[in-house]
Design a protein around this ligand. Structure first.
Ligand SMILES: [Fe+2]
Length: 204
């Protein structure tokens, strides 16, 4: 397909430098982008797992990925918007947890690709797939922020434990290990730190 050249709004002349450097996105004659692998399809990889097992693991991992990306972003939102006497502690804690969730996102997405699947990535797709309720755009009290985060962690933990067991039963030890050793262990640790902030101070 020929590159569409951009003309200057003032002169109407073609901007040669722009035309030379702007890449074109490959599209089919029907105007659709040409994908090399559709979402939901799996390609055969020499890892010794059957297509049926891989499809189930990829679907589970993409659900955990969508929820983990949502939780990751909720941590940054709360890092920025936290307010109150515990501002400094929570501001720092939320960012620390955000960083750990960033690592989980990469592990999950790369596990999906290792298996031969396609990992979810973009915000509109994550918004469609996540099970975690959308928080409001505005600020909320710190206790509400903590409760929202704990609720999201619990949803991820329950799902991850259930699907780790299914992966183990199906012989996909790598997915089982990732879900238990990384997802469950990290989320349990973070729930502990959050929950202790909601415990009322003991009377002196
Ligand atoms: Fe920051």
């Amino acid at each position: 397909m020929a590159t569409k050249k951009k003309s200057s709004p003032k002169t109407g002349r073609v901007d040669a430098a722009h035309a030379a450097t702007t890449p074109t996105i490959s599209k089919s004659p029907q105007g659709q982008s040409q994908e090399t692998q559709r979402y939901g399809d799996v390609v055969k990889m020499p890892h010794g797992l059957s297509e049926a097992v891989v499809k189930k693991s990829v679907a589970s991992l993409n659900q955990v990925l969508a929820d983990t990306i949502t939780l990751r972003d909720m941590y940054k939102k709360h890092h920025w918007q936290v307010v109150g006497p515990t501002f400094n502690q929570l501001h720092l804690l939320f960012d620390k947890h955000f960083e750990a969730q960033v690592e989980l996102v990469d592990l999950l997405a790369e596990r999906i690709q290792i298996l031969g699947g396609v990992a979810l990535a973009m915000a509109p797709d994550i918004a469609e797939e996540t099970r975690i309720p959308r928080p409001p755009r505005g600020r909320e009290p710190a206790t509400v922020q903590l409760s929202r985060l704990i609720e999201a962690h619990t949803m991820i933990l329950t799902y991850a434990r259930e699907h780790a067991e299914k992966a183990s039963d199906a012989g996909d030890a790598g997915t089982d290990d990732l879900l238990v050793s990384d997802v469950v262990r990290t989320n349990e640790l973070q729930v502990w730190f959050l929950s202790e902030h909601l415990v009322a101070a003991s009377p002196i």
